[in-house]
Ligand binder design. Structure first.
Ligand code: ATP
Ligand code: MG
Length: 242
């Protein structure tokens, strides 16, 4: 099967004064189309940085990313934006909803940006998605009028609207209570099953991580381990034994 994401020797440094801080250090992995994977690791280990680089939201200091067959470094900013819009959904750790737009309008944005679909169709699809995340009665609310968990669900609906081939989500259930979290998680995995959307989920929730096929563990910017969790899928004891 073709790879949806190929990460090669990815390194990201930030300058702080005279120091150079290496936040990601020579990370490589490949994700097949339709596969699911969790990125885990302590706070500050580089998880969000890795996600941003994979989606072309940030540029690496060294190494490269091939997303949906395209080498990101070979594209200009407009081409990268078009590729992101076409192939990816992204749920930011802090949601990044547009404050001047309602929940419904926020969800509509990526499909409107893509162009081609009549506004009515875009609105209907956004409505369906808001209902799926349990926010049918919040369409006209602005982000400030929504709780953290509600904003997170709007961000998820927005990430789904273009039926991406790969969805990046940074702690997608970080702000949700148990019941809402289970619902959102089911939604993510049904997207994977029904539409073949690959999932890359940053999470501190091991239960969620174990539902994916693969666990990437970061520590101080390095990929400390990369293991398949499928062997354990039918045998919870195998995971407990680790
Ligand atoms: N723009 C930046 N400039 C300087 N340092 C940065 C920048 N972005 C991230 N860092 C540093 O990179 C390190 C990794 O950050 P990152 O946000 O990727 O961690 P994380 O694993 O997502 O953590 P958390 O679980 O807390 O979200 C941190 O030490 C952070 O301070
Ligand atoms: Mg983070």
């Amino acid at each position: 099967m073709a790879a949806i994401l190929e990460v090669s020797n990815l390194t990201r440094e930030f300058r702080s004064g005279k120091e150079r801080l290496r936040v990601l250090d020579d990370v490589s992995f490949t994700l097949e189309a339709g596969a699911t994977c969790a990125v885990v690791g302590p706070s500050g280990s580089g998880k969000s940085t890795l996600l941003g680089l994979c989606a072309g939201l940030d540029a690496p200091t060294a190494g490269g990313v091939v997303l949906a067959g395209k080498e990101l470094a070979g594209l200009d900013e407009d081409e990268r934006a078009a590729l992101r819009n076409r192939e990816t959904g992204f749920v930011f750790q802090n949601f990044q909803l547009i404050p001047t737009l309602t929940a419904l309008e926020n969800v509509m944005v990526p499909l409107e940006m893509r162009g081609g679909a009549p506004l009515k169709t875009v609105r209907e699809r956004a409505r369906e998605l808001l209902a799926e995340v349990g926010l049918a009665d919040r369409e006209t609310h602005y982000p400030v009028q929504l709780s953290g968990g509600e904003q997170q669900r709007v961000a998820l609906a927005r990430a789904f609207i273009n039926r991406p081939s790969i969805l990046f989500a940074d702690e997608p259930n970080g702000n949700l209570d148990g019941e809402t979290s289970a619902r959102v998680t089911d939604l993510l995995f049904s997207l994977n099953e029904k539409e073949g959307t690959a999932l890359v989920l940053v999470t501190h929730d091991l239960e969620l991580a174990e539902r994916t096929g693969r666990l990437l563990r970061l520590k101080r910017g390095r990929l400390e381990s990369d293991e398949s969790t499928t062997a354990a899928a039918g045998d919870p004891a195998a995971l407990d034994a680790r």
